[in-house]
Ligand binder design. Structure first.
Ligand SMILES: NC(=O)c1ccc[n+]([C@@H]2O[C@H](COP(=O)([O-])OP(=O)(O)OC[C@H]3O[C@@H](n4cnc5c(N)ncnc54)[C@H](OP(=O)(O)O)[C@@H]3O)[C@@H](O)[C@H]2O)c1
Length: 287
């Protein structure tokens, strides 16, 4: 079914979304704060709006943060409009934004996209959505042109709670790979020597075997029990100091290893030394 969609924000992500909606046969209106970014989309059949006030009923927003939505829609009557904001921000900002949109007559659906722009419109990509499920259902077929729809709940903050939790794992995991690669290079080794072991480690953590710590720790967190007989936290806190020394000795930045060393040391000081690594979650919950 052909739908009219307005895409607000034509950065890398918004442009990919507008193009994907066009290719799916939808009528697309676009707007971007800085003019001059709509040319290729207009050539594909999009209409460029002169202002966000020209948006239709279904409005997909893709901007750097939620302040950009306030800046764009300030003074605009949102009566009857459904804003689907797929920008990044914190859950509390999303909850405030839902009230802001509602006070102007509209409904806000929030979303966190779990793919980079080349994944938009590709199988397997998904987006965490939150907000009123009946409104999302009405537009689900259209939104599915972008990614699969993964609804996580009515609280409008939830989309970003899921999204930011995944982003922390994404960024910290990849940053640790940057540290490992820099360490390899400091010893005159090409990064490619590290890659198969990094793949083994990340793959193992997500798997089922003895290295399958995501599943093992999830069970420990739910039971709030962290057996440490085989690998106690005290031993690992000392080991983390060795990681810090290794990076310092190589003349590399120690920021991330030092942050982990300090967290592990605090967990030991808080009485978890004889328990397992999973007990660090107790210190995470008590900042
Ligand atoms: N790219 C990715 O891989 C990826 C993946 C998942 C999620 N996301 C999320 O998707 C969103 C967009 O990302 P992107 O990669 O498209 O970023 P981007 O290329 O940097 O584009 C940012 C967009 O925000 C607009 N903007 C910024 N401040 C504004 C303001 N005050 N008022 C109006 N418009 C404003 C920019 O408009 P101007 O052109 O006028 O500056 C531009 O259209 C972000 O929240 C990002 O976290 C991105």
């Amino acid at each position: 079914m052909t739908t009219h969609v307005t895409v607000i924000g034509l950065g890398a992500m918004g442009s990919a979304m507008a193009e994907t909606f066009l290719k799916a046969g939808h009528q697309v209106t676009v707007w971007n704060r800085t003019p001059g970014r709509a040319g290729a989309l207009v050539a594909l059949g999009a209409r460029e709006a002169a202002s966000p006030a020209e948006a239709g009923e279904l409005v997909v927003v893709s901007q750097v943060d939620y302040q950009a939505m306030y800046d764009s829609f300030s003074g605009v009557d949102l009566t009857g409009k459904v804003l689907v904001n797929l920008s990044s921000d914190s859950p509390s900002k999303l909850r405030e934004a839902a009230e802001w949109v509602s006070a102007r007559g509209g409904v806000l659906i929030t979303g966190g996209i779990m793919t980079p722009p080349p994944g938009i419109g590709q199988p397997g990509a998904y987006t965490f959505y939150s907000g009123p499920s009946d409104v999302l259902s009405r537009h689900e077929e259209t939104l599915k042109a972008l990614t699969d729809v993964t609804y996580v709940g009515a609280d409008p903050g939830l989309a970003m709670l899921f999204y930011q939790s995944q982003l922390l794992m994404f960024w910290s995991g990849l940053t640790s790979f940057m540290y490992a690669s820099a360490l390899a290079e400091s010893a005159g080794l090409p990064v490619s020597t590290m890659l198969p072991y990094a793949q083994e480690t990340f793959g193992g953590l997500a798997g089922e075997g003895p290295m399958g710590f995501l599943k093992i720790l999830a069970a420990e967190f739910e039971a709030r029990a962290y057996p440490g007989e085989l690998n106690n936290l005290h031993m690992q806190a000392v080991g983390m100091e060795h990681v810090v020394h290794t990076f310092e000795d190589a003349g590399l930045d120690p920021t991330v290893p030092v942050a982990l060393k300090e967290l592990f040391a605090r967990a030991v000081a808080e009485g978890h030394g004889a328990e397992g690594l999973g007990s660090v979650i107790e210190s995470v919950k008590k900042p």
